[in-house]
Design a protein around this ligand. Structure first.
Ligand code: MF3
Ligand code: CO
Ligand code: CO
Length: 274
């Protein structure tokens, strides 16, 4: 996600790229491959497994399918995916530390296919997790769903943020404000910024052909985050749990196309129970 820079008003709407059917077909292909990578990785998210191993597997999957992971070397990011565990909000760097029973982890995959970016993330439970962790994940998944539901021509980006904010706050959770969704396509992070809070009618007016992500980060505690000394890892200041889901979407004539739905129907729970 991008760092937040708030821009408001109708003026910005005119400067956002609108894409045609070929771009939608390319985004479908990139989005479906990124989602398939998240399907593939689910069974490997187990106690004792290092996030490095998950990174290796996604890199291999990408290369096998003619794709390139966008994060690798992006502004100096050293790995192919982001793995954000427990109080890590986003941009966690895969490493040798093994996952532990009860952890919750967001895996964020962005694949470049034929020059187009498919960007998506999900939450995974490592073994048995606490009821409160499960509740946070369910709230976050529903928040993303409600945001996606607001995508249609004539609505504004503020409609998306308002739907997410109202629901998350009603559930006594807080919304991270330091990071937001983003336009994408041939570029990884483009305008407009997609804030996960706000007011209906505020911000860019959606038009058919716009491509962007929605990727709310929701916390059990306070909204405040800080970035660790590695320059990437964002954590909650109060060290409470944080969760995130992300889809890449396009605005159609009548509503929305979600490019990154799980081909196997595994968004949450990410691995079938039992
Ligand atoms: N995939 C993230 C997003 O949703 C961005 C990761 S950039 C990285 O926008 F460099 F941290 F990988
Ligand atoms: Co994104
Ligand atoms: Co992402």
């Amino acid at each position: 996600m991008s760092n937040v820079e708030v821009t408001r008003g109708a003026r910005e709407s005119n400067t956002i790229k609108l894409h045609g059917p070929e771009a939608f077909a390319a985004m479908r292909k990139a989005g479906q491959l990124a989602a398939a990578a998240l399907d593939m990785i689910g069974p490997f998210v187990q106690p004792g497994v290092a996030t490095d191993e998950l990174d290796d597997r996604v890199l291999e999957f990408a290369l096998d399918h003619g794709a390139v992971p966008a994060p690798l070397n992006y502004r100096g990011f050293p790995k192919s995916i982001c793995t954000s565990i427990n109080h890590v909000v986003c941009h966690g760097i895969p490493g040798p530390k093994p996952l532990r029973e009860g952890d919750i982890v967001n895996i964020d995959v962005t694949l470049i296919v034929d020059g187009w970016h498919g960007d998506t993330s999900r939450m995974y439970a490592v073994g048995q997790i606490s009821r409160r962790a499960e509740r946070l994940i369910e709230v976050t998944y529903e928040a993303l769903r409600l945001g996606v539901e607001q995508v249609k021509p004539g609505n504004t980006i503020g409609h998306i943020g308002a739907a997410i904010q109202e629901f998350a706050e009603k559930e006594r959770c807080s919304i991270v404000r330091d990071f937001c969704g983003h336009g994408l396509g041939r570029v990884f992070h483009d305008r407009p910024n997609i804030l996960h809070y706000g007011e209906r009618g505020e911000g860019v007016v959606m038009e058919p052909g716009m491509l962007f992500t929605i990727e709310p980060m929701i916390n059990l505690g306070k909204a405040h985050v800080k970035v660790l000394a590695d320059g990437w890892t964002a954590v909650t200041r109060d060290r409470e749990l944080s969760a995130q889901f992300e889809h890449s979407v396009g605005v159609t004539e009548t509503g929305v196309e979600v490019f990154t739905h799980s081909p196997a129907g595994l968004e949450w729970p990410s691995v079938p129970k039992g």
